[in-house]
Design a protein around this ligand. Structure first.
Ligand code: GZL
Length: 323
């Protein structure tokens, strides 16, 4: 009989690790940094993974190139944090043809066929916006404020987080009669938002609130307001609403520069790993997973808020949140 003198060539994965290609948005905000740390901590070599991390510097073309690279490297899984919703259909079809499961995290992709990705894990950004606006409405009523002027510094236009948070504000302005005196993208960065706020202040200083769509935008707006010689916070200052509840954001909520900071939970690593473990075991994960998150307020100005019939308790920021 014929001895097989050539042992079958095993296609051995790199050191038997599960290879995960991660196409991250960039490093535009503290939230994004925390999000990247969560993924890197979860998919460590000591836990049996080989993580290929790509930073797109907030440009969609770079994300598409990264996904094509992952397909060529024949990774086991692709994780995508899409910078904007539109424009990923073609490259997701390529991943699908290569039979590489794609897990979308944080923001969403808008594709005609949801089978182009296995699962999405993230936040309900529209709910986050509604929570912020209901807090704002309760505060305005409590303070007996009339003829309220609001500035909106938006996130990256076309991202799910910007769409949800801006829509909630636009609807609340119509519903409660607030004046939206300016609405411009600050692209989730501190530098751009400081510049946008400076330009708005050149046109008007009669502003009650600035609704920033993440903490880094709030930091930039606060800088611009102070450099214009105006004050920030209660007692006659311009009051800030923000999202993410990063350490920097909570510090400013404790001091009162930020009135409400709606948490956006960046720690999605463990949820992504749960989905990959299910896929490894041949199980079918859910199509969507929502991460848990709260609303933080300054100095117990409010204790709870009602959104779509659901009551949400608010957390007053104290020192131990900042430690
Ligand atoms: C929200 C995320 C947003 C954060 C910003 O999940 O998409 O992008 O709110 C980040 O800080 O830049």
């Amino acid at each position: 009989f014929y001895m097989d003198t050539h042992p079958k060539k095993e296609v051995v994965k790199k050191k038997n690790l599960i290879t995960v290609g991660f196409a991250q948005v960039g490093a535009e905000s503290d939230w994004r940094t925390a999000n990247s740390i969560s993924i890197k901590k979860t998919f460590s070599e000591s836990k049996g993974y080989d993580l290929l991390f790509e930073d797109a510097r907030q440009m969609q073309d770079n994300q598409i190139k990264s996904i094509r690279k992952f397909i060529q490297q024949d990774v086991d899984y692709i994780v995508l944090a899409p910078v904007i919703e539109e424009g990923f259909e073609t490259v997701l079809e390529e991943a699908s043809r290569a039979k590489i499961p794609v897990i979308v995290i944080d923001r969403k992709v808008s594709v005609p066929d949801n089978n182009l990705y296995t699962t999405w894990i993230g936040s309900d950004f529209y709910l986050q916006g509604k929570k912020a606006c209901e807090c704002l409405n309760k505060y305005i009523i409590q303070k007996g404020m009339k003829d309220v002027n609001i500035v909106n510094i938006q996130g990256t236009l076309g991202s799910t987080s910007q769409i949800g948070r801006s829509n909630a504000l636009n609807e609340a302005c119509d519903k409660y009669g607030w004046n939206l005196v300016a609405q411009e993208p600050g692209d989730y960065t501190q530098a751009k938002s400081k510049e946008v706020m400076k330009n708005i202040l050149k046109k008007t200083k009669d502003i009650d609130f600035v609704y920033c769509e993440n903490d880094n935008e709030a930091f930039g707006a606060i800088e611009a307001i102070k450099e214009a010689g105006l004050s920030v916070g209660e007692n006659g200052g311009i009051k800030i609403i923000s999202f993410d509840a990063t350490k920097g954001g909570l510090k400013r909520t404790l001091s009162g520069e930020i009135l409400f900071d709606v948490e956006c939970n960046p720690l999605q690593g463990p949820e992504v790993e749960n989905v990959i473990k299910m896929l490894e075991e041949g199980k079918t994960p859910n199509k969507e997973y929502y991460v848990k998150e709260q609303v933080f307020v300054h100095d117990s100005i409010l204790t709870d808020v009602l959104v779509d019939g659901n009551k949400y308790d608010l957390l007053t920021v104290t020192d131990d949140y900042i430690s």
